[in-house]
Design a protein around this ligand. Sequence first.
Ligand code: AMP
Length: 262
Amino acid sequence: MIENRFFPKADGVGLMTKQDRTAWLKGGDAHCLMPPRKPLGKAWHLVLLGAPGVGKGTQAELLSERLACCHLSTGDVFRTAKSSDEKEQSPAIQSALGFMKRGELVSDKIVLDLVAERRECLRCSGGFVLDGFPRTVAQAEALEELLEREMVGLTAVLNYELPLEKIVARISGRRVCSKCKAVFHVETRRPQFEGICDQCGGTLAQREDDRPEAVEVRMKAYGQSTRPLIEFYQKRGLLITIDADGSPEEIYRRTRLLAMGR
Ligand code: AMP
């Protein structure tokens, strides 16, 4: 789904379109305003794995822009709900936001209900890149069933790896646009004007769960609940492990090389 505006590519060359994610972010009766851009070749169906701060969100953005697939992030759904009027938030969402603020995982039940409600997005003709879901084995099993029912097969699961000290540096400098959710970094991906989003002019801020105490909880949750997914997808022959050190463009090129031929 395409937003009806253009923005410069990350490398500053040419123009490209950004997928509209209205149906995914809002759920319910919401639908995307523009039909998805048809990919030139096959549609990609990707799952991204990796510890918090490894750069999954940035790669998901680049992959979705360049492969024309929709960026489906469960974290973005929660952040969108958070910025909505409190009276509009269901009790389930309010409870989810409490977990998120502390850096804990939201319950499988809430996450799976949210994804099931948006299962149409898994059939988006542009394909998808799932970022932050699944995060537990129970979620991965549920996704497998959901995709089977929708008759969609995963192209690959991209597992980004980075040493802990580099992860900490990335998280502490990360800034996110409060409006369009684009991700910047105070040192490695600086916006043109400090504190202002290059893409929509929104205000950049640190995520609440990027504070050090919440990061510690998130790293623990990753080790206990999400790391086992590496083996889960390895057994299914879908896993591609990618070194996440370097600039976003370098990692993107590495990703394309490794995922080529899938
Ligand atoms: P993310 O932006 O993917 O790091 O997600 C931010 C926060 O949202 C996480 O720390 C969790 O609290 C919550 N969250 C997002 N996706 C999931 C998921 N698949 N399972 C459980 N919690 C999630």
